[in-house]
Design a protein around this ligand. Structure first.
Ligand code: FES
Length: 317
């Protein structure tokens, strides 16, 4: 069980149309564990859901007394966004996981392009603040359907000044042209967060860049299809349990079927909650959490999406 903090909602503030910022503090205003730009925390909501949100104010400073997240209204919400928008109140206590960073800026990248689409501004805003503090050279492109939907727009204008470029679909008559933006790149790296079509396009346009110079955080995992899957034996070594994972089910679903309660949040391979240690077996990694080197090591896997390519998978569970 990972460590958690008991924090209280100290303020709720609209920061754009359909986006609210939630500020969380300790009961005595104590300094909280520090977090670098790109970090997220896991909120355990009273309705039983666990959800991950980027810290808007994570800049690596050691004197953080609050964590701030921003949550967009999502009509497709599976319960997190809607609950926060409709039910969360100032004074509510929430269990909050320690900050974790799967989207950390590389210190070697001194000249960076930041790109945010919609609510993807949350980690990118933290990165812009960190770049300012660290004296890192950067430019920021933000895109949204309209200016009214762009969270923290006034704050960004004040912080970033002429290095801020905005693109609003309703004013410019279509989405941001990433091809034009990125074709003459002289950046050490691009850091981007936003909706899937935007990030797919960015990935395609930067396909020729060196791999670690394109750093992306996605809200959703790739579409998982079952057609190519095989079934395999799953052995949970510490529990002494075994079952067959059918081609249509995930390792996590197979564990739940035999009564194993295992932590999860996104079930899409993007949050890292369901990570498990692999003792035996070759894994076909389908998550967006592990780095290429970590995938190659074959020591860990995300059981919500990744599978075994052989006949037997042994996990340290
Ligand atoms: S539950 Fe989020 S990566 Fe598996």
């Amino acid at each position: 069980m990972s460590a958690t903090l008991e924090l209280t909602v100290s303020s709720l503030r609209a920061v754009a149309r359909d986006v609210i910022a939630v500020e969380l503090r300790g009961s005595s205003g104590q300094v909280l564990p520090t977090a670098k730009a790109g970090s997220h925390v896991e909120l355990s909501l009273p309705n039983g859901l666990k959800r991950h949100y980027s810290l808007v104010n994570a800049t690596g400073q050691s004197n953080m007394t609050s964590y701030i997240i921003a949550v967009g209204w999502d009509s497709q919400s599976r319960g997190g966004s809607v609950w926060i928008h409709e039910r969360l109140k100032v004074g509510q206590k929430l269990s909050v996981g320690l900050p974790r960073n799967l989207f950390e800026m590389d210190d070697a990248h001194r000249h960076v392009l930041l790109v945010a689409g919609g609510i993807g501004i949350t980690p990118i805003y933290a990165m812009a603040q960190a770049c300012q503090l660290e004296g890192r050279s950067y430019e920021l492109w933000v895109a949204a359907r309209s200016a009214s939907r762009m969270a923290y727009l006034d704050e960004l204008k004040a912080l970033v000044g002429e290095k801020l470029h905005t693109h609003f679909d309703d004013e410019q008559g279509g989405p941001l042209h990433l091809q034009v933006l990125l074709e003459n790149q002289n950046w050490d790296a691009v850091y981007a967060c936003g909706p899937t079509p935007m990030l797919d396009k960015l990935t395609a346009v930067t396909a020729h860049w060196t791999p670690n110079s394109v750093c992306i955080e996605r809200f959703k995992g790739p579409e998982i299809t079952h057609e190519q899957n095989g079934s395999f034996e799953l052995c949970l070594q510490r529990s002494g349990l075994e079952t067959t994972v059918d081609f249509k089910e995930s390792v996590l679903e197979a564990m739940e079927r035999i009564g194993v309660e295992y932590p999860w949040s996104c079930r899409e391979g993007v949050c890292g909650t369901c990570e498990a240690v692999v003792i035996e077996g070759t894994v076909n990694h389908k998550d967006l959490v592990l780095l290429p080197q970590e995938r190659a090591e074959q020591k860990r896997m995300m059981v919500c999406v990744s599978r075994c390519t052989g006949k037997r998978l042994v996990l340290d569970i």
